[in-house]
Design a protein around this ligand. Structure first.
Ligand SMILES: Nc1ncnc2c1ncn2[C@@H]1O[C@H](COP(=O)(O)OP(=O)(O)OP(=O)(O)O)[C@@H](O)[C@H]1O
Length: 226
């Protein structure tokens, strides 16, 4: 399978008083398409910083980030924006849905902002809503959906652009254990079905049973989880 994400010796430092704080310390990682990789680690260990590098929202201080075969360090800000739109789906902790729009409209508006094709978009939105278990809910607004259902809309929305790379930050922190497990199971299903390379940051290691690999982060350093 082709590589969705490659991080090669990436380091990210932030200004910290007179010195610098190293949030990501010489991390290397390859995720192939169709592969689900979990990332765990204590608060402040650098997981969100690593995701921000993988998403190209931040540039590394040193090292190279390659997304779906494209090295990103030489790209302009505008080129990075295009790469993100075409290749990367991002799922945040909170679904961040627009209250006035139905589930279907959440997917369609994202696609139209992305500049994607409008023809066929409605059919694709409905197919994705079916896939995430929301058949029959396409006309509901966020206020009429449960927390788990909102997170499913969020996942479907991230898939509208057919991303090669799916980055997921603590998607289940607002959900109970059972709903968390079913959201993670759904992420596994979409990883296999759409062959996304998926990086999933979570505190809940027990839900990661079906991940291909689980990595551990501590003080900015990545290692295989024991
Ligand atoms: N914008 C920033 N400016 C300065 N320091 C930052 C910034 N963002 C994060 N840090 C620091 O970088 C380190 C790593 O933070 P990060 O948010 O990546 O950790 P995390 O593992 O995602 O934590 P959590 O699980 O609590 O979300 C921490 O010491 C944090 O204080």
């Amino acid at each position: 399978m082709p590589t969705a994400l490659d991080l090669s010796h990436v380091t990210l430092t932030y200004p910290d008083g007179a010195g610098r704080l190293t949030a990501v310390d010489d991390a290397s990682l390859t995720i192939r398409r169709g592969e689900l990789v979990g990332l765990v680690g204590p608060s402040g260990s650098g997981k969100s910083s690593l995701l921000s590098l993988a998403s190209t929202l931040q540039r590394p201080t040193t090292g190279e980030v390659t997304v779906d075969g494209t090295p990103t360090s030489a790209l302009s800000t505008r080129e990075l924006l295009t790469l993100r739109r075409e290749k990367i789906g991002i799922i945040f902790q909170q679904p961040q849905l627009i209250e006035s729009l139905t589930a279907r409209e959440q997917l369609l508006i994202t696609e139209s902002i992305r500049g994607g094709k409008t023809r066929g978009a409605r059919g694709r939105a409905d197919e994705l809503l079916d896939l995430v278990g929301l058949s029959g809910q396409a006309d509901r607004r966020p206020g009429q959906l449960s927390g788990g259902q909102r997170q499913r809309v969020n996942i479907a929305r991230a898939l509208m652009g057919q991303p090669a790379l799916l980055l997921v930050d603590e998607p289940t922190s607002a959900l109970d254990r059972e709903r968390s497990a079913s959201v993670v199971a759904l992420l596994e299903k979409v990883t296999r079905e759409f062959e996304t390379g998926t990086l999933l940051v979570t505190h809940e290691t027990e839900t990661l049973g079906n991940a291909d690999r689980v990595l551990h982060m501590e003080d900015g350093r990545l290692s295989p989880s024991l």
